[in-house]
Design a binder for this molecule. Structure first.
Ligand SMILES: Nc1ncnc2c1ncn2[C@@H]1O[C@H](COP(=O)(O)OP(=O)(O)OP(=O)(O)O)[C@@H](O)[C@H]1O
Length: 479
């Protein structure tokens, strides 16, 4: 964008100025020495190839520069593997490639010299019939011809590079746009929508490429507050389903109805404010932890602290205001509001760097979980949300999810770790974009030959999973 804004116009103007000047010179010399027109035609044809050479020169510089980068970063590995000779030869070859098009300037010099030569030759040939002033005028311009052409071609090359940026922007402009973010008065859901997490998925077909469905007509009915584990082989369509809930991909057919409202009919803002996704790699913003949990400052500090506590991002419960929570840690003489070693927050003003660079992936996932806790959405989707935390933390998070915090929320949890979802209400097994199995974990485990049973067997912890599923089933029957 910077090169479009600053360089493109300049190089365009200079290119036109230089080409016009070169054309002016050709006209002047041709007027004085008419046979020059033949030389001009030959030279212009030859200049077509010099433009191509300029493009080759630009292309050849990237491999050489990237080789320098590799050399600087990997110098110890190169020495360790004795690859010095290889890299020296590679550098020589790449700089040869870069220098080959540089013959362009030599050829241009030759072209310029040819122009001056022919001009001088013609003048001398007709020396008696020429006015001295006119001869000098033509010769001076003939000598400048080379410079004009050199700059015109240089600007032409720069211009081609800058135009790559313009071309990319124009491609982006042609991309399909998302649906409208705002609901219209006719399709705006009621203010407290969704009151329940009742969900109906009816014959849902989703495709990334037209007519190539990834989800093939999924249909299911989920009751308010149900916890659904979603499993399946890689590429089965689990993440696609989660993207469809937020309409990152629109349904090609069928619909998703949340608490009686077809989600495809409302504005994206209303939908995405009310559905929370905790993705595999959560996005965090540069700012404070408070800003990351509650960007629109809609909730009091107590709720934000509570969410941090439940997501295991503060050490002690204590009192839940910022000032008192800091005082809990006063004895530790913490000079930062984020304890670096443990990733525990001691102030809501703790800094989060761009994209959460100062947190581990597991900690970023916990922050995303805290975000969901603050919003208490009725529909929560966790896409491998705890894949990067240790078993113990995962276990505690699962207890939080099953606890009163999410009692009112319908939860979809995509998990490769089967123990994460083994005591959920139901397990959805996706296979090649279709519902292969959908039942309680205990029922699926008891069904000989079920995909879920075979996944549990292959996990190496079948006994544990079978026991946990049975205990969960018994607990539900008892309650
Ligand atoms: N952006 C995309 N464009 C085209 N096809 C895609 C795109 N993203 C995913 N797919 C295809 O959709 C299918 C389902 O992918 P999806 O990511 O939903 O699988 P998944 O079950 O979540 O896999 P994993 O467990 O590895 O995350 C795959 O066949 C994949 O190739």
């Amino acid at each position: 964008m910077e090169s479009i804004g600053t360089n493109t116009l300049d190089s365009l103007i200079w290119m036109f100025a230089d080409f016009t000047s070169a054309l002016g010179v050709i006209i002047i010399i041709t007027a004085v020495t008419p046979p020059f027109i033949f030389v001009a035609v030959v030279i212009t044809r030859y200049l077509d190839s010099t433009r191509e050479l300029k493009r080759l020169e630009s292309n050849a510089s990237a491999p050489l520069l990237s080789l320098f980068g590799e050399l600087i970063q990997g110098v110890s590995s190169i020495r360790a593997f004795g690859l010095k000779k290889y890299y020296i030869m590679e550098a020589i070859n790449r700089s040869d490639e870069l220098n080959r098009p540089r013959w362009m300037s030599v050829r241009l010099d030759a072209a310029g010299a040819t122009v001056s030569f022919f001009c001088a030759f013609f003048i001398l040939w007709n020396v008696h019939s020429f006015d001295a002033g006119l001869a000098g005028f033509a010769l001076v311009h003939a000598l400048q011809f080379k410079d004009y052409m050199l700059f015109a071609i240089r600007n032409y090359g720069d211009n081609e590079l800058n135009m790559n940026g313009v071309e990319r922007v124009s491609q982006y402009l042609k991309l399909d746009q998302e649906a409208s973010a705002q609901s219209t008065p006719e399709n705006k859901p009621v203010s407290n929508w969704p009151r329940t997490g009742d969900l109906e998925i009816e014959d849902l077909v989703v495709e990334y490429v037209p007519n190539v469905p990834v989800l093939h007509g999924l249909s299911m009915s989920i009751k308010h507050g149900e916890k659904i584990g979603v499993v399946g082989r890689t590429g089965a369509g689990k993440s696609t389903l989660s993207l469809a809930f937020l309409r990152f991909i629109e349904a090609a057919k069928g619909r998703i109805v949340l608490d009686g409202v077809d989600i495809s009919k409302i504005g994206l803002e209303d939908l995405r404010r009310n559905v929370t996704i905790i993705p595999q790699d959560p996005v965090l913003f540069n700012g404070t932890i408070r800003f990351n949990l509650d960007p629109f400052s809609e909730y009091p500090d107590e709720i934000v602290w509570d969410a941090l506590h439940r997501a295991h991002l503060v050490r002690e419960r204590g009192s839940q205001t910022a000032s008192t929570a800091i005082s809990v840690f006063e004895g530790n003489a913490i000079d930062s509001s984020l304890e670096r070693m443990s990733g525990i927050f001691t102030s809501l003003e703790a800094e989060i760097k761009e994209n959460g660079q100062n947190l581990s992936l597991g900690q970023r996932q916990l922050v995303a979980l805290a975000r969901a806790l603050v919003r208490r959405s009725r529909l929560i989707i966790m896409d491998e949300a705890t894949a990067s935390v240790d078993f113990d933390t995962d276990d505690r998070i699962q207890r939080t999810i099953r606890g009163s915090e999410f009692a009112d929320s319908t939860l979809f949890c995509i998990a490769h770790r089967l123990r994460t979802i083994i005591d959920y209400d139901r397990v959805l097994v996706l296979d090649k974009g279709k519902v292969a199995e959908f039942d309680t974990p205990a029922n699926l485990l008891n069904r000989q030959g079920s995909i879920f049973r075979s996944m549990c067997e292959k996990s190496g912890e079948f006994e544990y999973l079978a026991d946990a599923a049975k205990r969960a089933q018994d607990a539900k029957q008892f309650s």
